[in-house]
Design a binder for this molecule. Structure first.
Ligand SMILES: [Zn+2]
Length: 350
């Protein structure tokens, strides 16, 4: 099981008196008032008495004196790998609320993702991905104390419930729902009907529709719903969803209706902006990912827009099928490219 101790890379460097980190950071001992470089050969202090600084100046400002034995105020040049790890953690800790992707992190450090991977594995025994996942789990533990499980998940930087759920076993030691004991779990009613494009599932909480998806069988669809809303009580509820299903089926069969159904979606602010932009695309028309990025005021975020489309929980209601690549290719579709093609062909008939 992973835990915060594994993220304590500086402490590990101190314990192993790792010379490669000299100059990358400094440690100070509260009980003695002295600060050292990581490789200092003085007796090892207790972890709870140790704090860390990036520069000798910071340590002195906080009232610590330089160790006479290891002379931390002289100039030291950390090994390139140690420098990368130290800088990576600096970036990550400065962005705990919006943890960067591994590619973005590598970009900021001006190394390749592969090099970052090797360096992390060699120096701290964890991949950068494992580190950022652990940081997200830590965020989740904090957030879940003041919000429901699903909201906490997204606030913690997980793109979907499933990605936390998959990691939950090893990282939390229990499911997120169990972790959040006494949390306000939700109930979800769903129904599955036959449609032109296979089985169509519509699911809703008391507040609104939370999922619209296509699949081959009811079993598969229900399983996906349970994975996504693992904390929820899920039951069949055809009666209540009948009107919504009828509206969705009509639009699927070519009726030019605007689907204005009450929604209950949980996502990042960015995903919400993209999805609301999707709902503005008129029936029968398409936009490119770049146009949507432009429309949400972030022209560079083309890939993020594509990701937001790929994580759209409500097919048709948020018409992500109307977004295509700039070269006119259909690009991807969460429920299969064939369905996207059929949907667009049908809409163009009118
Ligand atoms: Zn020392």
């Amino acid at each position: 099981m992973m835990n915060e101790q594994q993220l304590d890379w500086r402490w590990k460097a101190v314990q192993s008196r790792n010379r490669e980190f000299d100059g990358a950071f400094y440690f100070a001992v509260q009980t003695t008032g002295i600060f050292c470089r990581p490789s200092c050969s003085s007796r090892s202090p207790k972890r709870e008495n140790v704090c860390f600084f990036s520069t000798p100046t910071d340590a002195i400002k906080s009232g610590f004196r330089a160790c006479l034995r290891c002379k931390p105020t002289l100039e030291y040049s950390p090994a390139p790998a140690a420098r990368i790890v130290a800088r990576a953690f600096e970036i990550l800790l400065a962005n705990v609320d919006d943890i960067p992707t591994i590619d973005a992190l590598a970009g900021q450090l001006e190394v390749s993702p592969g090099h970052l991977q090797k360096t992390f594995k060699a120096i701290i025994g964890l991949s950068p991905k494992e580190v950022t996942d652990m940081m997200r789990i830590e965020n989740f533990k904090k957030n879940v104390k003041r919000a429901d499980v699903t909201t906490s998940l997204y606030d913690s930087g997980f793109g979907s419930s499933r990605s936390l759920y998959e990691k939950a076993g090893e990282n939390l030691g229990m499911t997120p729902a169990t972790y959040k004991k006494g949390g306000k779990d939700i109930t979800i009613g769903y129904t599955v009907v036959d449609s032109r494009l296979g089985k169509l599932m519509v699911a809703a909480t008391a507040k609104g529709i939370c999922s619209v998806s296509f699949g081959e069988t009811e079993e598969v669809l229900r399983k996906e719903l349970e994975d996504e809303f693992f904390a929820a009580e899920i039951f069949r509820d055809h009666m209540r969803l009948n009107d919504a299903v009828t509206a969705i089926l009509k639009s699927l069969d070519g009726e030019k209706t605007i689907l204005t159904l009450p929604l209950d979606l949980h996502a990042t602010a960015f995903q919400m902006r993209v999805w609301s932009e999707l709902r503005k695309i008129p029936y029968g028309e398409t936009r490119t990912y770049a146009q949507i990025a432009e429309a949400v005021g972030n022209p560079k975020a083309v890939r993020a827009v594509a990701r937001a489309c790929a994580t759209n929980p409500v097919a048709l209601v948020n018409p992500c099928h109307r977004v295509i690549a700039s070269d006119g290719k259909l690009a991807g579709y969460k429920w299969g490219i064939e369905r996207k093609k059929e949907l667009l062909d049908k809409e163009k008939e009118r």
